[in-house]
Design a protein around this ligand. Structure first.
Ligand code: ZN
Length: 397
């Protein structure tokens, strides 16, 4: 485990061993910045030499893998679980609003036609994913002297692959281009066997018109099939095998570039990152004999090879506010609580020397409900608790 270090101005320095951090803290030369991941600030130091640190980001739709690597070791690694409850929450808000419209309430000025979308508008669920990537990268840049950030922007290079069917790119096993073509075909045919629809099985690149019958290895003649179907099809064309639509799809090129690709480019441009492609990552990962995981992918993206690995963190995003409608208001109508109290659910506080997690506030913010480490729920006057750490949107576990 490493302790992350900042200088007196909050500029990140190389991380240190816990022993050294303890000595620095004891002598009063450092102070604690945050608990997770443990970061200290050296109060009497300004700047200094730092090692080259490369941060690799495996950008994803439901998870982000990250890994920061120096020449000798991996400093931090982990997986961030992204929120996927946003469409549901929006749906809920919509129904609250709809409900309100037919309730008998005070007059409210009509508010419609005020939803003009600005340029670069993203759907809230996608925007959250983009912001999550940006926050993660910024957060790591705060605690590590990152010299270079590399983001995986897409599985294959769309620019180079724009018209692989027309440009006559050929499939050759084991080459970098071969990987690219394979990824392209996986994307084009939906990552499943085109004949039987089997997913999560080893898929092979397959010739629509067999090679033996004069079929070429050009992308337009290739598809993705499981071993069984590949064998069964044998010397037939896809049409003869009973799948004329596959033969047709083979000739058409992939039009839809995944929406996430756009988002990834936005991240790269905003944070001045370098970029790489998924097919390169995949090839390198197989060469290094690493299992497929987001952390390993991120490690490979950061140009890691034989560095000492670190124990990966698991992170998740937490909602900062609870905007659920309050129903049990003793005879008053339903309402959404607008007052934001000093303490929020998920914050960490100390009560009589014991660390507790805040569950919520009540009694107009005078009382707080806590979960202590023994699994009990206790109530306490706010004056008797001491704030240790706000439960931020990005939380380490
Ligand atoms: Zn099959």
């Amino acid at each position: 485990m490493k302790v992350f270090v900042q200088d007196r101005n909050g500029k990140p320095l190389d991380p240190t061993a816990p022993v050294r951090a303890r000595i620095l803290l004891k002598r009063g030369r450092a102070e604690v910045v945050q608990r997770e991941p443990f970061t200290i600030r050296i109060v009497d130091r300004e700047g200094g030499y730092t090692k080259n640190t490369v941060l690799g980001i495996d950008a994803g739709y439901s998870q982000i893998g990250f890994s920061a690597v120096t020449e000798k070791e991996e400093l931090i690694a982990g997986v961030v679980k992204l929120r996927n409850d946003i469409p549901k929450k929006l749906e809920q808000r919509k129904s609250y609003r709809r409900c309100r419209r037919c309730r008998n309430t005070r007059y409210r000025k009509p508010r419609f036609n005020n939803r003009k979308r600005t340029k670069g508008w993203l759907a809230p669920s996608i925007r959250q994913k983009k912001d999550a990537h940006i926050r993660l990268i910024k957060k790591i840049r705060e605690i590590l002297p990152v010299t270079k950030t590399i983001v995986e922007v897409a599985t294959f290079d769309t620019q180079k692959m724009q018209n692989p069917e027309i440009s006559g790119m050929e499939y050759q096993q084991g080459t970098l281009q071969g990987y690219q073509v394979r990824e392209y075909l996986l994307e084009k045919f939906g990552r499943k066997c085109v004949y039987c629809g089997a997913e999560d099985v080893p898929l092979q690149v397959e010739h629509i018109i067999p090679k033996a019958r004069g079929g070429t290895s050009r992308v337009s003649n290739l598809t993705i099939a499981c071993e069984k179907c590949n064998q069964k099809k044998g010397n037939k064309t896809a049409e003869e095998f009973g799948y004329p639509e596959v033969q047709k799809q083979g000739r058409e090129s992939l039009k839809a570039t995944a929406f996430m690709n756009q988002v990834r480019w936005k991240i790269v441009n905003k944070l001045n990152c370098d970029y790489t492609y998924g097919y390169i990552t995949k090839k390198d990962r197989i060469e290094l004999n690493l299992e497929k995981s987001h952390v390993n992918d991120a490690f490979v993206i950061a140009n890691g090879d034989n560095q000492v690995r670190s124990k990966p963190f698991e992170l998740s995003f937490r909602r900062r506010n609870n905007r659920a409608i309050q129903t049990n208001r003793k005879g008053y109508g339903r309402s959404i609580r607008r007052k934001r109290y000093h303490l929020q659910p998920g914050d960490l506080v100390r009560k009589e020397g014991i660390l507790c997690q805040v569950k919520g506030m009540f009694n107009y913010g005078k009382w707080v409900r806590l979960a202590n480490p023994f699994g009990d729920i206790v109530n306490s006057n706010v004056r008797k608790v001491e704030l240790v750490k706000y439960g931020k949107g990005l939380s380490f576990t």
